[in-house]
Unconditional design. Structure first.
Length: 146
């Protein structure tokens, strides 16, 4: 039935694309604050721990998000603004990953190369989750009425 296929598609979009990205973005929000290079906030780890927190946690998390995007891009619906945020995020991660691998650039951050973290990315992921949940609920309501 068409509605069952729609429900399955929505479920896959949420479980294989949006939720995994969302949870990693939440994780990233907590982790970057631990880096003394990325955060001047209280609670950052000592400078000697920076390389470990960035390579083992922050960058690893970013690369997992990129992998999810690449592996499941077919779940992205046509949305130019969201696709632009994905491009900006991908660029940011590529620059971040590269400068951490080049010894002479390790003191830099992506912003030094004109690549700010795309601030709308997380909000847009949250909005997509909300929209898909509403769509799912409507289809479920139609099924229960019948």
């Amino acid at each position: 039935d068409k509605r069952e296929r729609l429900l399955e598609n929505i479920s896959n979009q949420l479980s294989k694309f949006y939720y995994p990205i969302y949870y990693r973005l939440q994780k990233d929000d907590a982790l970057w604050r631990l880096s003394p290079k990325l955060s001047s906030k209280e609670g950052a780890l000592p400078e000697v721990a920076n390389d470990v927190i960035e390579s083992e946690y922050i960058l690893k998390n970013h690369l997992e998000i990129i992998d999810i995007i690449e592996s499941n891009s077919h779940y992205i619906e046509n949305d130019f603004e969201f696709e632009e945020q994905i491009r900006e995020y991908t660029k940011h991660v590529a620059i971040y990953n590269t400068i951490r691998k080049v010894e002479s650039l390790k003191d830099k951050i992506p912003e030094d190369f004109g690549s700010n973290y795309p601030k709308k990315f997380q909000k847009m992921v949250e909005k997509k989750i909300e929209e898909l949940q509403v769509r799912n609920d409507k289809v479920m309501d139609q099924l229960t009425i019948e």
